[in-house]
Design a protein around this ligand. Structure first.
Ligand SMILES: [Cu+2]
Length: 162
């Protein structure tokens, strides 16, 4: 399977964006950059969350569980293409290399949010996500709902298909 350490123009833009916002944790802890949830029409009870997860130097981190109070359940997924068919793989864990990062983005890894509770999500609403790591750390991340992501992700995704 592929390792999601992306380089290139898109990633550079993300890094710049991340630098512009205060990270959620200090340098020796897990850092979540630019989390967001894709807006979906009310008829859909599921959506996906994206972000960049950064592990500290010398300390590999393993995500072992995700949960949102606003959804029945949350799962670690990867979008893959096999024989021209798009499908999603459900992973039980997600490894973040020491001093490295894992990028969750449209067309790749994502957190699947399944079984929305309550009203439809509007743009600008916030979805809460609890992320449990093997080290015992539990991060609570607040993710804004957006149609297009924080960075024009849709356009980027589009380019992949050419
Ligand atoms: Cu999925």
């Amino acid at each position: 399977m592929s390792v999601m350490l992306r380089t290139g123009g898109f990633c550079s833009a993300l890094v710049l964006l991340a630098a512009a916002f205060a990270p959620l944790a200090s340098a020796d802890e897990i850092t979540i950059h630019d989390p967001w949830v894709r807006w979906v029409p009310e008829v859909s009870d599921r959506t996906a969350a994206y972000m960049r997860i950064e592990a500290p130097e010398g300390d590999r981190k393993i995500l072992i569980g995700v949960d949102s109070p606003q959804f029945d359940r949350a799962e670690i997924h990867e979008s893959v293409e096999e024989d021209g068919q798009a499908r999603m793989v459900h992973w039980s864990t997600l490894r973040i290399p020491a001093g490295g990062e894992r990028v969750l983005e449209p067309g790749g890894y994502h957190i699947m949010l399944i079984g929305r509770q309550g009203d439809a999500l509007e743009e600008g609403d916030v979805v809460e996500l609890q992320m449990r790591f093997q080290s015992g750390e539990i991060l609570t991340v607040e993710m804004p709902v957006s149609r297009e992501g924080l960075n024009g992700d849709d356009e980027h995704d589009h380019h992949h298909h050419h």
